[in-house]
Design a binder for this molecule. Sequence first.
Ligand code: SF4
Length: 491
Amino acid sequence: MNATYLGMPAFPRAAAVSTRDERLRGNLRHATHTIRAKRASAVAELADWPALRAAGAALKDRTLRHLDHYLEQLEAAVTAAGGRVHWAVDADDANRIVTELVRATGETEVVKVKSMATQEIGLNAALAEAGISAYETDLAELIVQLAEDLPSHLLVPAIHRNRGEIRDIFRREMSRWGRAAPEGLTDRPADLAEAARLHLREKFLRAKVGVSGANFMVAETGTLVVVESEGNGRMCLTLPETLISVVGIEKTVPTWQDLEVFLQLLPRSSTAERMNPYTSTWTGTTDEDGPRDFHLVLLDNGRTDTLADTVGRQALRCIRCSACLNVCPVYERAGGHAYGSAYPGPIGAILSPQLRSTASELDASLPFASSLCGACYEVCPVAIDIPEVLVHLRERVVEGGPATVRGEKVVLRPAKGHAAERAAMRAAGWAFQRPGLLRAGQRLAGRTRRLHPRRLPGPGRAWTDTRDLPAVPQESFRDWWQRTRGQGAAP
Ligand code: SF4
């Protein structure tokens, strides 16, 4: 019933399959191009966007530098407001805590607000093992859950599905989970939304336990913030008697005033809206209004390890807007499932190998799932230099070296299969330090160019399976420069 990302193949193998799926590529192309154009015009309306972006980055960096202080402040404020705080070191810990909290209510069903953190830890599958049904209430998450599929986008988890597919899923699957789809359901967006509304309404009215994540947590007041477009999240946050929120520790901001920056950056970057339709905030519990019990599960799951890396830690600034996915040429062609985690696209390529380490073949392959074009950095509202982190992680994969995994300092071994690349780079470094030899080699290569193979032999063959080997020019740049500018000129 609840699919997980466990056991997914490395990116190149997964992408080799997904890039052959023409319907998937068509769905993704249409959706990402539409969202990216809307985002560009929404951002262009604000003359101070660069200043807002710099402020967002600076706020996040400062908070991360003093995260221990702000987390303790947050815990004290949530507790004072009537909530309970639980600390989860990893996914298993978080799943155990949530399962025990739900069991303590005596309930066997929960309704869920769309949440990346609970996707990351595989909460639905863990609850299902304990006999607890978790119902997704975000429209796109509902589609994914009904189809026993996996999300493939941060903001639009069912982006890989078109309207006809969604209609078929609703007709086929809704009755297994509750209220069936209306007779003669069409693929008109309004009809699909109405079918989902009717299906979900009975779940909202019945549920005694809600599970959410949060976009932000305000340390000074202990307030949590959920930003959404449909209003389903607000139903989950207000109707149940018990609310359990699972939130990554990096979602902390010091003050309410800091929200002013992020509530401008996030909607324009994600849905291209000037202001998102529903912003729900809550602080502990309130007499005779909303849930009686509130539990906050603060999730580490590799975040403090990431914080220990001075280059990679900028990934923790991410506000999950998904702008980087929508501009990425690799994501557009390979789709989100190829990244093998809840975090697809450019942010997934730098976040998953840090949260989970680069020990597995899948995580070691992710930093290479990029052309390094830099479009992700250009659109990121908190200025995460994703290409810089990708290169940094590639170095870690190829060279091995020190890292922090589960709080322990470890030395990672170089990944297998990169020996040829390392040898080639060493040979290139040796040649570049000997200009005379390099020049002689270039001339020889130019004269023998007709004899060069079009594909590399041995371990290099995989590289030329998907690329043309560049043709060697008849004349090197250095010789051309000296021929056209004279002997004394230095290129
Ligand atoms: S890395 Fe930047 S652009 Fe990508 S999802 Fe995070 S905040 Fe948005």
